[in-house]
Design a protein. Structure first.
Lengths: 529, 322
């Protein structure tokens, strides 16, 4: 009997040890992944497309990063800075940099490089483009008191400042190179990242190889990677299905996931997450009858978001019923509280009856017609628009859809030429300051195509932005959300996007997050064979 | 005769210049009529809410979009006169570099697809004509009607699915030039060439059949047969030379179209060709690149058309160019 017990114990120990071996990162192999879009330049400070991040982020490091294992995608983790402190008045952030970090040309990375990079982002000289300059309006100065210390002095305490440093776009460039030519990084690549640049054939692919001198000992695990530009989603699915590609980091549709799973079974692992992207309905407050908040509320009340969440999630990349924050993240409103807002009630019949009452009260006749301007992107713009038009018809509104392609879509939005339109936003991190900036009065944010002015909303935004107490900030975010979506119904939320990543089961060390801009440095990724 | 022919060739060559100028004016104006510009496409595509209007204006100034239209046009024309097409507004790279990369693939695909179309259309068309109203003719007609009914991208999707599901294989995803690795190159381009070539062979086959039938009823063919000439000789020396003219026109003009018109097929097979570049350039409002691509395709059309006209004169001695 004792022998049997011993045998079982040995077998269990062997199984455990095999399991641990299976999870021990293996070095070697080339990761292959399709990228649906190609960036115009290599400069992260200038571009804002995932087409830049997916193939080019592995060549760089940022000061901080989002913890690659954090599925919420909000937890700060060290990168080039190994630690940081915040002054008691929350106006000074001091970062201690790693020593011995080398650029790919062999020179050492110091605080001079971090300062030069952030100066380029926050205080770009005339003629130099910086897309995210506005996000750092709180910064007064960036200082480099010694070779391994960087200090950010803020004008006032900011609840989101640390999160803004997690931007995957804020590549650290070499100061001496920037001093010679501020635009050098638009056409050249040279960072401190885990991979070094091999080649970029335009319209075709990007190749990177392992940086043998990477500062994080033992990483990266991969010998290299090959990013292949592939705009067609059917070609991307075929590439994964034929096991020619391991993963596509942006996301696939539910149908693609099911196809891949059915074809490849255990060879495919599926990771899913709410996606920090949402389509919203912008309502032009300058056009009648949409200047009347009763009409705007009626438009929101008409939408049965809970039912749509069940049905649309079968065919489109949307799922969760959401407010201004991605569900499940630190500042998101819990469902039971969110369901009290107009348009979020669980009783659709009651909601629609109220919508009809409001329209009648506002003098909007049965069968009132308006044009809904949509962007010519099939997924998920098309299914969401079809769903909303049907929902609005159920409260007696007659909606004509106008679909505009690419750049043509922004002109009527910007010039106030729409009545009701589809609007969107995607973030690199779930953070109220970034997610709610869109809804500030048009005078503060011209990208608010609702064309309204709401000083109360602006004030709530500013207060939450400066609230250093988490609970106080949550309360202010909820107030903002209630005013935006319920009391004034300035904008209507559709459904939160849902990120679906079916990838080869050979791929390990990568965790899905709510943002398709995150977790693409590839230093933790490895292949089982 | 020779002087008339030379004059005709010169006249046709000179006509190319005003035609190209007309194309240039048209594309320049049409692009600017469409709403939106490259700066908007670049910065608003992802939301662009932190992008200030001042920054956008600065970008427009850098690209010369703040200049009056006539100045933009004359600058472009002056560049073309020096064979300098300028920089892509989207990437900032020289346009010749952007096009060169894709041109090799598109040219090879156009040649391969045209070859497939010719190799299918001519023998099948002749066969159907000489075996008129037999099962051979019916089979060829069904084959060609099926080709007309199926868009090449759809056939491409079917091919990919078959390769994927039955053979668990997919063509290479990245273009390799023929001289670097012929096998990789052909493994990638053979399938789209087959899909596209079959589609275009269908038109050619039907054209070849009807032209051949018409020629075979001509008096001179009857005379040749009455003289006891071999049928093979009649077909190759007398009938085919005359029947091939319309087929030649179709296949040649399709060749020019194939250079920049295979947008969906390129997407299906993930080919980095001129068609995709064209669509991307238009969607991004990359004026300079779109203009250069239109001029390239227009020039190709004109050259091919010119070559077809010359070939007509050679193939059909009855044609007199005076």
């Amino acid at each position: 009997m004792r022998q049997i017990v011993r045998l079982f114990a040995l077998a269990a120990a062997a199984a455990l040890s095999l399991a641990s071996i299976a999870q021990t990162p293996r070095s070697g192999g080339e990761l292959v992944f399709p990228v649906p879009s190609e960036p115009p330049s290599y400069d992260g400070h200038r571009e804002e497309t995932f087409g830049l991040i997916h193939p080019f982020a592995p060549f760089y490091n940022t000061l901080l990063r989002v913890d690659p294992n954090d599925t919420g995608g909000t937890k700060p983790a060290p990168s080039l800075a190994e630690s940081w402190t915040v002054s008691p008045d929350s106006k000074t952030y001091t970062f201690k940099l790693r020593s011995g970090v080398k650029f790919h040309d062999g020179s050492e990375m110091t605080s001079k490089d971090v300062k030069a990079s952030y100066d380029k982002i926050i205080f770009p000289p005339a003629g130099v483009g910086s897309t995210r300059q506005g996000q750092y309006a709180v910064v007064e100065a960036v200082e480099a008191p010694d070779a391994y210390t960087v200090r950010f002095r803020l004008k006032y305490a900011s609840a989101s400042f640390l999160a803004s440093l997690l931007s995957p776009y804020n590549f650290i460039y070499k100061a001496d190179t920037l001093a010679k030519d501020m635009n050098w990084y638009e056409k050249n690549i040279m960072g401190t990242g885990p991979f070094t640049f091999v080649e970029h054939v335009k319209g075709s692919h990007v190749v990177g190889k392992k940086n043998a001198n990477y500062w994080d000992q033992g990483k990266p695990y991969l010998d290299g990677f090959r990013a292949i530009f592939m705009p067609s989603s059917s070609a991307q699915v075929a590439a994964v299905r034929a096991e020619r590609a391991h993963i596509q980091f942006r996301g696939f549709s539910p149908k693609d996931r099911d196809t891949l799973k059915a074809a490849l079974g255990d060879k495919i692992t599926v990771q899913e997450s709410p996606w920090d992207c949402i389509l919203m309905v912008g309502i032009n407050h300058e056009k009648k009858p949409f200047d009347d908040k009763r009409v705007r509320r009626a438009l929101s009340l008409a939408l049965d978001r809970h039912e749509a969440s069940k049905s649309l999630s079968q065919i489109a990349i949307v799922k969760a019923v959401a407010g201004v924050q991605v569900p499940g993240t630190p500042f998101a409103t819990p469902p039971e509280e969110l369901n009290k807002l107009a348009g979020y009630w669980t009783d659709a019949a009651k909601s629609r009856a109220e919508a009809r009452r409001l329209l009648k009260e506002a003098g909007v006749p049965e069968g009132f017609s308006f044009t809904f301007t949509n962007r010519g992107v099939p997924m998920p713009y098309e299914p969401l628009a079809v769903w909303m038009i049907d929902q609005w018809r159920q409260i007696g509104l007659n909606v004509k859809q106008e679909v505009l392609e690419g750049a043509a879509y922004f002109t009527p939005l910007r010039t106030g030429g729409t009545q009701v339109h589809m609007d969107f936003q995607c973030g690199y991190i779930v953070e109220p300051d970034l997610d709610m900036y869109k809804f500030l009065s048009t005078s503060r944010n011209p990208a608010n195509y609702g064309r309204y002015s709401d000083p109360v909303l602006d004030d709530l935004y500013d207060k939450q932005s400066r609230a250093t107490n988490v609970e106080e900030r949550k309360r202010l975010v909820r107030q903002f959300e209630k005013r935006l979506l319920d009391e004034e119904a300035h904008y209507l939320m559709t459904l939160q996007w849902h990120r679906i990543i079916p990838h080869s089961s050979k791929l390990k060390g990568w965790t899905v997050t709510p943002s398709h801009y995150l977790n693409n440095t590839l230093d933790t990724v490895w292949l089982t064979q | 005769m020779r002087a008339g022919m030379t004059g005709y060739i010169l006249k046709r060559l000179l006509l190319i210049i005003p035609t190209l100028f007309g194309v240039a004016v048209l594309i320049f104006l049409l692009l600017r009529v469409v709403p939106g510009d490259v700066v908007e496409a670049r910065y608003m595509g992802q939301g662009g809410q932190f992008q200030s209007q001042e920054q956008m204006q600065l970008e427009r100034k850098k690209l010369g979009l703040d200049q009056p239209m006539w100045k933009q046009f004359t600058t472009w024309m002056a560049g073309i006169a020096r064979l300098d097409f300028g920089l892509s507004m989207w990437t900032g790279s020289p346009i010749t570099e952007e096009i060169k990369l894709r041109f090799a693939l598109s040219l090879q695909l156009a040649i391969m697809a045209s070859t497939v179309a010719t190799l299918l259309a001519i023998p099948l068309g002749i066969l159907a004509a000489i075996k008129q109203d037999t099962w051979v003719d019916y089979a060829v007609r069904v084959f060609s009607i099926a080709g007309l009914a199926m868009p090449s991208f759809w056939l491409g999707i079917l091919m990919i699915l078959c390769m994927l599901i039955i053979f668990k294989w997919l063509p290479p995803m990245v273009f390799t030039p023929f001289w670097v690795n012929p096998w990789e190159n052909l493994a990638q381009l053979f399938w789209p060439a087959l899909a596209v070539g079959y589609r275009y062979s269908a038109v050619g086959t039907r054209m070849m059949r009807s032209a051949m039938l018409e020629v075979l009823r001509e008096d001179y063919i009857r005379t040749a047969r009455a003289k006891g000439l071999w049928m093979k000789l009649i077909l190759s020396r007398h009938a085919m030379k005359n029947a091939i003219l319309p087929v030649l026109t179709i296949i040649s003009l399709e060749f020019a179209f194939l250079l920049g018109g295979l947008v969906v097929t390129e997407q299906v097979f993930n080919l980095n060709g001129l068609g995709m570049l064209f669509v991307e350039a238009i969607a991004r409002r990359d004026y300079t690149l779109t203009q250069a691509l239109v001029m390239l395709v227009a020039t190709t059309f004109l050259i091919v058309n010119f070559a077809v006209d010359i070939a007509y004169a050679w193939l059909d001695p009855r044609i007199r160019y005076r």
